[in-house]
Design a protein around this ligand. Structure first.
Ligand SMILES: C[S@@+](CC[C@H](N)C(=O)[O-])C[C@H]1O[C@@H](n2cnc3c(N)ncnc32)[C@H](O)[C@@H]1O
Length: 297
């Protein structure tokens, strides 16, 4: 996730334009005030959407905010997988304060909770930001999703390959003065709604070796090229397929509330599952639709 002035950043986080990055509103918060603000905030408004036949709402990309997923009935989705906007200077980011940003994540989290089946999982791909100070977004995401009602069920370290970070932002070269860590990983936080086991039964399509590999907490998968996909921050289809095959039945609807270029939906279609994607950008919704057309060909 580059915080860069170019659309398809290099993935070197804030190194490209540090002054702009550290000037973002997320950097204005002090942690104590932030926690107080989060805990004092009113919970988002609850919604209810009655059941509808699947063909009326699934296999679609909705160009709308996932804060109100009115097309998706309650308890109708088996798995949600997403990577949210990071509010860190991408062209689709709004420069919200950390409190405002986490309130958005909470509103979307609450909608995901509503549409998930009991025992359904919400898997969130997130990376931490910056160094001065380091922003442990993943820690904030645990807090926010616990407030929504989710239970944490595990965490995957997505290792993007040792050679994948060409960053030279080591702070002080071979000196203890101010050495900086250069991240080669992101997180997949696994949340469940209610019970830790699915209340309903269904078919799985994961093989023995795949299951053995996917249940390990470190996954080594190369990142996707932003330029190739045409979106500033896509994750690889392979990552989405792995999550889908581990955490969903073959008949489950797969949701991505921040669909971007539609990678989760592409992976769902490739594994024969119905999907739903939401994104506020018309450009990315069109990109997702054209990628999905390629799958059905
Ligand atoms: C990190 S990107 C997702 C990338 C995606 N995983 C992919 O592989 O292409 C986050 C996306 O969230 C979208 N977004 C931001 N705010 C949103 C909202 N309120 N509702 C739905 N989508 C939103 C942005 O337009 C952006 O495409």
């Amino acid at each position: 996730m580059a915080t860069t002035t170019s659309k398809f950043g290099s993935g070197k986080r804030e190194s490209h334009d540090a002054a702009r990055f550290y000037g973002l509103s997320i950097y204005e918060n002090d942690l104590r005030k932030l926690m107080e603000e989060i805990l004092a905030a009113e919970p988002p408004q609850e919604r209810a959407v009655p059941p509808r036949p699947l063909e009326e709402w699934a296999d679609r990309i909705y160009c709308a905010s996932s804060e109100a997923m009115d097309a998706v009935p309650d308890a109708s989705v088996g798995l949600a997988f997403t990577s949210p906007p990071y509010n860190a200077g991408k062209e689709y980011d709004l420069d919200l304060s950390m409190g405002e940003y986490l309130a958005l994540i909470r509103r979307v989290g609450q909608e995901v909770y509503r549409v998930l089946k009991p025992g359904g999982r919400y898997v969130v791909n997130i990376a931490n930001l910056g160094r001065k100070p380091y922003i442990p977004l993943h820690a904030y995401f645990y807090l926010i999703h616990s407030l929504v009602g989710f239970q944490p069920a595990g965490e995957v370290i997505w290792q993007k390959g040792r050679g994948m970070n060409g960053s030279c932002a080591w702070g002080s070269w071979m000196s203890a003065k101010a050495p900086r860590l250069r991240d080669i990983h992101e997180y997949l936080l696994v949340f469940v709604k209610g019970e830790f086991s699915r209340a309903d039964r269904g078919e799985s399509d994961i093989g023995r070796e795949e299951f053995m590999e996917s249940t390990l907490s470190v996954w080594e998968i190369s990142p996707e090229s932003a330029r190739k996909v045409g979106h500033p921050a896509p994750f690889p289809v392979e990552l989405a397929e792995r999550v889908i095959k581990l955490y969903s039945y073959t008949s489950d609807v797969i949701l991505d509330p921040f669909a971007g270029s539609g990678t989760t939906c592409v992976a769902a279609a490739r594994t024969g599952r119905p999907y739903v994607g939401y994104d506020i950008s018309r450009e990315y919704c069109q990109l997702a639709e054209s990628r999905l057309k390629e799958v059905s060909r």
